[in-house]
Every structure is written in C-alpha cells, then in structure tokens.
Design a protein around this ligand. Structure first.
Ligand SMILES: Cc1cc2nc3c(=O)[nH]c(=O)nc-3n(C[C@H](O)[C@H](O)[C@H](O)COP(=O)(O)OP(=O)(O)OC[C@H]3O[C@@H](n4cnc5c(N)ncnc54)[C@H](O)[C@@H]3O)c2cc1C
Length: 352
C-alpha cells in the first residue's frame, strides 16, 4: 500500500477544480482496499472513495482525510444457466472501454450508456442513465466492502434500491459500501434500445434495425455534439456532466405552473413519472430562468452546447463553480418555484 500525502485532486476530476487530499492511496486489489480502510480507521481519518472523478466538485481547501482511489480492474464473462451473458468487471475499469467490450461481444444492454466517463464502480452509485437506458436495468449484482462489518457482501439488484439517479449507495446507505466489482446480465445478439428522441431521429428513415455498434457510435456522436463526451480539446466537456437532476413534481404542481406560464406564452415541458408525478427537464428551467448556454461568471460558465453543464473555463476555483450553481438555483426557484437538486457529489465542503 503506497500512501502519499498532499496529493492534488483537481487533475483527478473532469471538472478540474479543488485542492489536495491529505492522504491518497490507489488500491488495485480487494486486500489493499481493506488495508487502506484499516489505516484510515486507526487514525480516525475521514475516507472518500474516488472513481474516475467525473461526478465531483472538490472544495478549494481539498479533503482533510484519506482519498482512496479504486484501481481494481479486470473483466470476465460467462453464460449462466438462466440465459443471457454475465459480464463481471472490476470497479476501477474505465466504463466506456468496458461498454465497448460488451458491444464488441454483440451483447445488448449497455449500448446507450456509451461515452459516459468514469469507472464501472461509479455507475451503480447514482444509477447512471442516458438515451433511454439506466444501468440498473443491466446490473445483476454488486460486490462491495461493507464498512460497518468490514465484510465483503454481494448485493442483488433489488437490494441496491435503484431509482432515478439514486441507489442505496448515494441515499439511505451513503458512505457504507465500497463497490469492488459489478456483474451485468446482458442479452447476446439482443436488439439495441432505441427509445430516445435523439436516437430515433438519428436512425429515422433507415430500413432494418441498426447493429449495437451503430447505436454505440450514434450515442457517442450525439454526446460529442453536446460536449458530453470527453475528447482532447473539448473545453465544454471540462464539467461534471449534468449539474442538476430533472425535478420530479406532483401532477397538481405541474398543472398550476403550466397554467401560470401559459399566460406568458411559455409551454412547460413535462414527462410522466411514476405515481402521477411529472418530470420537468432541468435544462429548460435553467434556460428559461435567464441562463443561456455560454453564460459566464468569473471563470465558471454554462457549456456552450448543453444548458445543464457547469464548465470550468480554465483556472476556475471551486468557489466560482459553487457561486454559479447557487445563482442558477436561486434564479430557477424565483421564476418557477422549483428547487433544483445538484447531481454531482461535493467533496470537502462542510455541510454540503
Ligand atoms: C462529460 C460528462 C458527461 C456525463 N454524462 C453522464 C450521463 O449521461 N449520465 C449519467 O448518469 N452521468 C453522467 N455523468 C456523470 C458521471 O460520469 C457518472 O456519474 C459516473 O458514473 C461517475 O463515476 P466515477 O467513477 O467518475 O465516480 P466519481 O466521480 O469518482 O465519484 C462519484 C461518487 O461515486 C462514489 N464512488 C465512485 N466509485 C466508487 C466505488 N468503487 N465504491 C463506492 N463509491 C464509489 C464516490 O465516492 C462519489 O460519491 C457525466 C459526467 C461528465 C463529466
């Protein structure tokens, strides 16, 4: 176990802001993960588990504890008796490289999640989703270290309590588990999922069903246009992805707001959510509260290509990112009465 001190964290995140970790360890085996946890416990150090750093805002003061980066890699697969194909991937595997492997093996289930940055272990935490697919539809089991018992456990899909951008890992049992490995049950020779407007448009007018590889390529192309794909030189991708979740409101609230906005000639978009609730696109709220794409304050800004991405325009501080986030939240609240909830995780901010 190699324990380093005062390790800068900004370059380990896609947003690129924030100070150092007091202690830093990269663990490449389960034994190293346990050893690191024991080290932190013995010294009463707060512990933060780092994946690919693509959903984080690190405070300017850094993290006064131990950052444990999960570097467990390796992918295997087998055919189970109940059908399908099971892929097992180490939590530290690069997510998009793993998705490429499953698509190459012609197994359906993750193709729409192509191009999402980060690690395999990060995906169950907020139940990542894109283009009509959520990772929870494919996860069969999560192998994790339970920090309460210091035992390795296997959690079934149901036990992970997946919901929209949520699971027990970031809700009820936040901070309790370290994900070590994830098992996905995929569909060999399965049909690709095309149920999202952008993808339907991409393939409109074509005869025959696209191959999984074509869907993966299309998703990456659409993401690239929106700067939601990390490629060299793409400054609008210096972000943590979508900064706000799409708010889910009661049907009654939605109807009242829609009626009020109709008098201003605005048509409020909304999609059905379970139990009569409605999901409102956060990007629409942000733009109609007066924050256009490209809006900039100090060195923080809104992406020129995506209204939901807060971007580091170069040398931004975490303080500037937070100030812009606060301004957007207050503007949306004032105009629509809706509280936008941030999607990224805040590291080193007391009380956030
Ligand atoms: C350009 C861009 C586009 C994006 N697009 C999408 C998108 O389309 N859909 C979407 O859902 N998200 C998207 N994201 C957000 C992000 O990529 C995902 O949330 C990703 O799964 C985070 O994984 P990570 O490994 O980078 O986690 P990190 O950012 O390192 O950590 C995020 C959280 O997960 C925890 N965590 C990470 N690894 C583990 C582990 N092994 N065990 C326990 N906890 C762990 C951390 O402690 C932290 O709380 C995007 C981000 C960017 C920058």
């Amino acid at each position: 176990m190699d324990i380093r001190e005062n390790v800068p964290l900004a370059s380990l995140t896609t947003l690129g802001v924030g100070g150092p970790a007091r202690y830093f360890v990269e663990a490449t085996t389960e034994a190293e993960v346990i050893e690191t946890v024991e080290f932190a416990r013995a010294r009463r150090l707060p512990l933060f588990v780092l994946g690919g750093g693509s959903n984080l805002v690190v405070a300017d003061a850094g993290f006064d504890g131990l950052v444990l980066k999960i570097g467990i890699v390796g992918v295997s697969h087998f055919t189970p008796p109940y059908g399908g194909m099971v892929f097992i991937a180490g939590a530290g595997c690069d997510w998009d490289t793993f998705v490429a492997q499953t698509v190459e093996a012609n197994c359906a289930g993750l193709e729409c999640l192509s191009g999402i940055p980060g690690t395999v272990g990060g995906t169950p935490v907020q139940n990542v989703g894109a283009y009509g697919q959520d990772v929870s539809e494919a996860i069969s089991e999560v192998r994790a270290l339970d920090l309460e018992s210091l035992e390795i456990v296997t959690l079934s899909n149901a036990e992970c309590r997946f919901a929209y951008r949520s699971s027990l890992f970031n809700a009820t049992d936040r901070g309790r588990y370290i994900v070590l490995q994830v098992a996905f049950t995929l569909r060999p020779n399965g049909r690709p999922m095309i149920r999202y407007a952008d993808l339907e448009k991409h393939f409109a007018g074509r005869s025959g069903e696209p191959a999984l590889q074509e869907v993966r390529d299309a998703v990456r192309e659409i993401r690239h246009r929106k700067a939601m794909l990390i490629v060299p030189g793409e400054e609008d991708a210096r972000s943590a992805g979508s900064f706000f979740k799409n708010p889910v409101v009661t049907g009654e609230f939605f109807e009242e707001l829609a009626a009020r906005l109709a008098s201003e000639q605005l048509v409020l978009p909304g999609y059905p959510a379970p139990d009569g609730f409605r999901k409102i696109p956060a990007a629409w709220l942000v733009e109609h509260a007066g924050f256009a794409k490209g809006y900039t304050k100090a060195r923080a800004g809104i992406s020129h290509k995506h209204a939901l991405a807060i971007v580091n325009r170069g040398d931004a501080t975490a303080g500037q990112i937070i100030a812009l986030k606060d301004e957007i939240q207050a503007g949306v609240k004032r105009k629509f009465g809706v509280e936008l909830q941030p999607e990224p995780v805040f590291v080193g901010f007391n009380g956030r």
